[in-house]
Design a protein around this ligand. Structure first.
Ligand SMILES: [Cu+2]
Length: 179
């Protein structure tokens, strides 16, 4: 009985310990086994990552970034996550007959020598339940998960809606078309 309780506690303690600590500290056993390996998926870089805060509380925010792959096998981005956000979905804005709408994207292929941009009017990551701890001018972290389970993390600048009005209106339009 006592053993069971202790086991439960140690499982609970893991996510708590990871808060605010680096992955290395949170998972010492894993870090030890991959000591010489880079923390991020080799050859894949996420740059120019940026979070745009919601226009109003309760509305979604959006993340933009650039992914490049220097070498190795082709992969696909299977998921995206942003620290401080409840849920993140990969979307793509498509325009047909002058009407824009966005649709969920399950996987975004990447390959060596190719640059994939998540940007206004195209691929983007929609951010739901954005915590008010994310403040314009600060930095958070974006993490992409590849189809093979590898992860790539990068710092993401947090920006308010100011200066990006056109993109935000773009998204407002999508929401209205779904109503
Ligand atoms: Cu979207």
């Amino acid at each position: 009985m006592r053993k069971l309780v202790l086991a439960g506690l140690s499982v609970l303690a893991l996510p708590l310990a990871s808060c605010g600590q680096s992955a290395d500290e949170a998972a010492p056993t894993l870090a030890a086994t991959i000591d010489s390996a880079p923390q991020n998926a080799p050859g894949i870089n996420v740059t120019d990552a940026m979070i745009r805060l919601p226009a109003a509380p309760g509305r979604p925010g959006v993340a933009y970034f650039t992914v490049t792959q220097g070498g190795g096998e082709p992969h696909a981005i299977a998921a995206a996550y942003v620290e401080g956000v409840g849920r993140a979905e990969m979307h793509e804005t498509v325009t047909e007959n002058g009407v824009s709408r966005m649709q969920p994207v399950k996987a975004v292929p990447i390959e060596s020598g190719k640059t994939v941009q998540f940007k206004a009017g195209g691929l983007h990551v929609m951010l739901f339940e954005v915590a008010d701890t994310l403040k314009a001018g600060a930095t958070t972290e974006i993490t992409l998960t590849l189809d093979n389970g590898d992860k790539i993390s990068a710092p993401a600048k947090i920006e308010s809606i100011g200066g990006g009005m056109s993109e935000e209106m773009d998204h407002s339009g999508h929401d209205m078309s779904e109503m």
